[in-house]
Structure formats: structure tokens, C-alpha cells
Design a protein around this ligand. Structure first.
Ligand code: HEM
Length: 368
């Protein structure tokens, strides 16, 4: 499989936010030189030098200025050459992206202090929230852009708590500065699914980061307090059908809700760091009661009263069109894995102007 060379160069070539970061040393140097010049002037005024010393210092100043300009220009052009080299000549290969995958997998394994021992679930959630803003009617939102880096999108209620997840991935971005955030976050989602025992999810690069002006309006992600009609409104807007809505919701086998983020609380099953079809099995087999508490409406399992379901999760068994898929996935783990992978690939590619048809996707090896 060959790399979509054009799309990658395009991604690297038009990443204004990153370019600004890379240009920072020049700005910094300029400020530094400016400050030096300013200090020199101050010294001149305060010590009233003799005329001879003044002529001498004028020449010295000119010479110094010439040297400074020369050195700065040399530095600038050398840096620019390097930058241009980075931007246009370096075309990452599948092996380069495998290295990014490996680094994310290493971070997931080593930084095990999060919740149930893995950042994996919340990394998957980051990739979904970055992508699930897509609106097919206007072509806005989607994984392209990684606009959640900026306010107001970073402050949208649904994205509360995801700042830690974005920070968690920052070392990988520092290690591989050529990757766009939008590629990094989606590749991280794929890594999380695979490393937590989920299906293999082929992935391709080519997303471009955008500016804050591309932030999507609040309200594009689903509201857990609502029902089936709302789920359809949100997911049909992205271009998904009922089967895909159910398949994607199976990601709730992972992780847990946090009272300080969304007001909801608890995990959906007993293995929140392993990708399984347990979410569906429990939805069908367990009896779910309205939780008696001061928080928002959520459900708890009758047997242990330690698990939870959101109103939108319950809508999947209550709705006539959704329910057959829930029952099928509850019985057939392979069908769930296969259909989740296909729907998740589609989710991660929403709004991305790829050139190819998808035959250029890569499968990354899992860590041992
Ligand atoms: C169907 C509509 C959906 C609704 C209403 C919804 C809502 C929520 C809510 C309220 C939480 C709890 C967040 C917290 O308090 O920290 C959550 C967590 C989570 N969601 Fe969803 N979600 C939906 C779909 C999805 C999809 C499509 C995916 C992935 C493909 C996903 C993956 C996750 C994961 C992995 C977590 C656990 C995060 C953690 O452990 O920190 N969700 N979701």
C-alpha cells in the first residue's frame, strides 16, 4: 500500500498553528535582539560618552549591527531551509506512523494512574468528540482541524475533562512534530481500541489542523439526557444509520462517567479497560432501575447497583429499530467488533478531504 503523498504534504504544508510554533524561535530571537538594542541606548544616554569614544562606538555599533544582521540572517535562512525541508521533503511512511502508534501504546501502558488503570477509554472519547462534530450538510466539523485545541470548542460542556487527554498525548506530538494534531488524535483512538483488545482499525493520514475560526458551534455532540429521536438527529446529521449508531455506542463498554464532568457517575460494565460486547449483553440481560440519587436521571443494574446506563443508552433497547442490533451484538461479539471497526473508521474520516478511496489505509501492529 502506498502513502498518499500529496495529502500528507498538504497536511504538513498547511498547518498554520504548528508553523507559528516552529517560527517561535525567530520571534523570540527578534525580541531578544530588540531588547539588547534598547538597553544599549539607555546606557548611552546615561553615561554621556566623549566625542572620540562616540565616533569609535558609532563604528563599533555599525560593525556590531552588521554582524548581528549577518548572523541573524544566516540563522534565519538556515532555519527556514530546515523548515522548508521538514515541510515539503519529509514524507512520513507507514513505519513512521507505526512509531507514533508505538509511542502512544507505550504512554497508555506506562501512565496507568488514570481511573481504572488506562487512559485508553478517554483517548477513544477524545477521538470521537473531535470527529463527531461533523455536519454533512455544510461540510463543517469532523476530525479534520483538531479545533478542540481552541476556545470556545475546548470549553463546550461535552469536552470538559478532555484537556487532560490532549495533554496526555502531547509528549507523542513533541516526539513526532511532523504529525498534525488531527492525525494524532485519530491515530490515538485507533491505538486505544486495539491496545484494549478491540478490533483492528485500519487508518490513514492526511488531516490538516485548522485555526480557531473553524471551531464548531456547541450542541453538535449528543446529549445523554435525551432519547432515540435526538440520537437520530445527531448521528444522521453526520451521515450514520441506525445500525451504525448502535455499533458506535458499544464503545461504552470502556471507561466510566465522572460526576465532576458530566454529572453522571460510574462504569457501564465490570471490565472498563477491555474492549468487549459487554455493554450490549448487560443492556439486554440485566434489569435496569432508575438510580435513586440527587444527580441526573441515570440507570443502575438491579444485581450489584454499581454499574450505570445513560438515558441515551437505554433508548437503544427501547427503540424498535435500534433493539435488534443491540440483541445481535449481545450474542455475536465478532459481528460487533467487525461493524464497530467499519463505523469507527467512517467516524474518524468525517470531513477529511482524502484523495484516495481508502485502499491506502494501514493496519498497525499491536504492542506485545
Ligand atoms: C450515542 C451517544 C453518546 C452519548 C450521549 C455519550 C455520552 C457520554 C457520557 C455522558 C459520558 C461520560 C463522560 C464523563 O462523565 O467523563 C461518556 C463517556 C464515554 N464515551 Fe460516550 N456518548 C455517546 C457516544 C459515544 C461514542 C460514539 C463513543 C466512541 C465511539 C463514545 C465513547 C465514550 C467513552 C470511551 C467514554 C468513557 C470515557 C472515560 O472513561 O473517561 N461515546 N459518553
Amino acid at each position: 500500500m502506498s502513502l498518499p503523498r500529496k495529502s500528507v504534504s498538504r497536511a504538513l504544508g498547511s498547518s498554520p498553528a504548528r508553523l507559528r510554533c516552529r517560527l517561535y524561535p525567530y520571534t523570540h530571537l527578534g525580541t531578544y535582539l530588540g531588547r539588547r538594542k534598547c538597553n544599549g541606548n539607555k546606557r548611552g544616554f546615561s553615561s554621556a560618552p566623549s566625542p572620540a569614544a562616540s565616533v569609535y562606538s558609532k563604528w563599533a555599533l555599525l560593525l556590531g549591527a552588521g554582524l548581528a544582521v549577518g548572523t541573524t540572517s544566516a540563522f534565519y535562512f538556515k532555519r527556514r531551509e530546515t523548515l522548508q525541508g521538514t515541510r515539503t521533503d519529509f514524507v512520513p511512511s507507514k513505519e513512521d506512523y507505526q512509531k507514533v502508534y508505538n509511542e502512544i501504546a507505550r504512554l497508555l501502558a506506562e501512565m496507568d494512574e488514570y481511573d481504572d488503570g488506562s487512559y485508553g477509554p478517554v483517548v477513544l472519547r477524545l477521538s470521537w468528540h473531535a470527529s463527531g462534530t461533523y455536519d454533512k450538510a455544510t461540510g463543517t466539523g469532523g476530525s479534520n482541524g483538531a479545533t478542540m485545541r481552541f476556545a470556545p470548542e475546548s470549553n463546550h460542556g461535552a469536552n470538559l475533562g478532555l484537556v487532560n487527554t490532549r495533554d496526555f498525548l502531547e509528549p507523542a506530538q513533541k516526539m513526532f512534530p511532523w504529525i498534525s494534531y488531527s492525525d494524532l488524535w485519530t491515530l490515538a483512538g485507533v491505538t486505544a481500541v486495539q491496545e484494549l483488545g478491540g478490533p483492528t482499525v485500519p487508518w490513514r493520514p492526511g488531516r490538516q489542523d485548522a485555526e480557531s475560526t473553524a471551531c464548531t458551534p456547541d450542541g453538535r455532540l449528543p446529549n445523554a439526557a435525551k432519547g432515540a429521536t435526538h440520537l437520530r438527529d445527531i448521528f444522521y446529521r453526520m451521515g450514520f444509520d441506525d445500525r451504525e449508531i448502535v455499533a458506535l455506542s458499544g464503545a461504552h463498554a470502556l471507561g466510566r462517567a465522572h460526576i465532576d464532568r458530566t454529572g453522571y457517575e460510574g462504569p457501564w460494565d465490570f471490565s472498563p479497560t477491555v474492549f468487549t460486547n459487554e455493554f450490549f449483553r448487560l443492556l439486554v440481560e440485566e434489569e435496569w432501575l432508575v438510580r435513586d440519587w440527587d444527580g441526573p436521571l441515570q440507570y443502575t443494574d438491579k444485581t450489584t447497583r454499581t454499574l450505570m446506563m445513560l438515558p441515551t443508552d437505554m433508548a437503544l433497547v427501547e427503540d424498535e429499530q435500534f433493539r435488534p442490533h443491540v440483541e445481535r451484538y449481545a450474542k455475536d461479539s465478532d459481528a460487533f467488533f467487525q461493524e464497530f471497526a467499519v463505523a469507527y473508521i467512517k467516524l474518524l474520516e468525517l470531513g477529511v478531504p482524502f484523495k484516495g478511496e481508502g485502499s491506502d489505509r494501514w493496519v498497525f501492529e499491536r504492542s506485545e
